[in-house]
Write a protein that binds this ligand. Structure first.
Ligand code: LMR
Ligand code: MN
Length: 425
């Protein structure tokens, strides 16, 4: 019996049958009204019909308020979990989790996973999925608690080992220990933890430990498995067919006009960058090994930061004249100020969908940027163009604060549809 403990009364059974028929036919409101009677208050089947109807209507109308009501209705149904068969519980839970994730409210998933963990205590996957939910909600602390429990009982669970490596690296800066966990999780390059992001953090931990040769071995493994475009091009959000080259000749792109316009106005751009000094923010991704590095965003994800362009009108007018720059939803436009003595460690950007233009502005003497194998230098009033999905590294061995303007542009091979539809980064 799919619905144990339901009303035995023939009339109410018939009502539920009719409501289910209406649900199938898309008559959502009548289905909901029909099972709303107080006599069906304790019926799991009635709650199921309500949740399904709200869910279907929310989807058809693309209505997020209805979707929230559908999620609440599913959670209501799950409170009666002892009345649901294993199969039904898994079906309802998986739809509920799918809808919660679609809504982006990851913490709401916790009670559902807790329920699954209670019902299927010998199944580590529910614990691992709860861990992922906490990580998506940026609650590394909660993820760590779950992981410790999981690893106590399943010390060889590769997914848990890999996530614990990630927590050790990103929360505790324990790179050595992180490497041990990644090593075990990815041993033999097989198993369920065989994922791009784990190879990425495994290699990055080795780079942080100053073990570049071992990092390179991991990056080669990751590239061979198709997780990276190449050992040195390790962005995780990619359109695979795009040409990948560390350094680009501007003449080979549609951005020569933009570059020339920036170079022509470089002195005014420099003035605008210097006049806004009070607004710069410290870089906080932990990429600088030593020194000071701060930035002033003008455009982020293809959107102007409100009122910023009033501060830099010349710069913004040039940027806005190139839609592939002002509208680059996978990039930024920003001033980047780096103090003398700064070293930015080897790292990669998140996507191969942009190229990064740098306009040199001030104190560029004895500053260096390596992209993949080739080191170049900025010059005041001159533009460089590179692909920051390749490993790159920066040194300021000179004096004074080096200023550059960074302008990201869409990769020239992306189609107009892709530029419109790719999710922003
Ligand atoms: C980077 O993107 O890592 C650097 O090139 C930024 C900068 O200011 O040089
Ligand atoms: Mn970078």
């Amino acid at each position: 019996d799919v619905w144990p403990g339901e009303p035995s009364d023939a009339y109410w059974r018939q009502q539920l049958d009719s409501a289910e028929r209406e649900l199938r036919q898309g008559a959502w409101s009548s289905a909901i009204a029909r099972v709303g009677a107080t006599q069906l208050r304790d019926s799991a089947r009635a709650r199921y019909i309500v949740a399904r109807a709200l869910d279907a209507e929310a989807e058809a109308r693309r209505d997020n308020r209805l979707l929230s009501r559908a999620i609440a209705a599913y959670l209501d149904l799950l409170k009666m979990n002892e009345r649901l068969s294993d199969k039904k519980l898994l079906e309802v839970a998986s739809r509920t989790l799918d809808r919660i994730q679609f809504r982006g409210n990851y913490l709401n998933a916790e009670p559902v996973y807790r329920l699954l963990i209670r019902r299927f205590p010998n199944e580590p996957s529910h614990r691992n999925n709860l861990t992922i939910s906490f990580l998506m909600a940026n609650r590394v602390d909660l993820a760590e608690e779950v992981l410790k429990e999981t690893l106590k009982r399943w010390p060889d669970d590769r997914i848990a080992l890999a996530h614990y490596g990630f927590v050790l690296k990103t929360k505790h800066n324990q790179y050595e220990k992180a490497v041990e966990f990644f090593e075990k999780a990815l041993e033999g390059d097989t198993g369920p933890a065989n994922e791009a992001r784990f190879y990425y953090h495994y290699g990055d931990s080795l780079l942080l430990l100053g073990r570049p040769d071992e990092a390179h071995e991991v990056h080669k493994r990751g590239a061979k498995l198709g997780h990276f475009l190449s050992p040195s091009q390790r962005s995780l959000y990619n359109v695979p067919r795009l040409k990948g080259s560390p350094w680009w000749n501007i003449e080979d792109t549609p951005y020569l006009r933009l570059a020339k316009a920036l170079e022509k106005s470089w002195k005014e751009i420099l003035k605008e960058g210097e006049a806004a000094k009070a607004l710069y923010e410290q870089e906080k991704e932990g990429l600088k090994e030593r020194g000071e590095w701060s930035q002033l965003d003008l455009f982020v994800r293809g959107q102007e930061i409100p009122d910023r362009c009033k501060r830099a009108p010349v710069t913004c007018a040039i940027v806005k004249s190139e839609p592939a720059a002002a509208g680059c939803r996978r990039g930024q436009v920003k001033f980047s100020a780096m103090a003398a003595g700064t070293h930015v460690r080897a790292h990669v950007g998140p996507t191969n969908c942009r190229l990064r233009m740098h306009l040199g502005l001030s104190n560029t003497k004895d500053t260096y940027i390596r992209v993949d194998k080739e080191i170049r230098q900025w010059q005041p009033g001159k533009v460089l163009l590179f692909d920051d999905s390749f490993e790159h590294e920066v040194w300021h061995n000179g004096t004074g604060t080096r200023l550059v303007l960074i302008v990201d542009v869409w990769h020239p091979q992306l189609t107009p549809a892709e530029r419109r539809q790719l999710p922003a980064i």
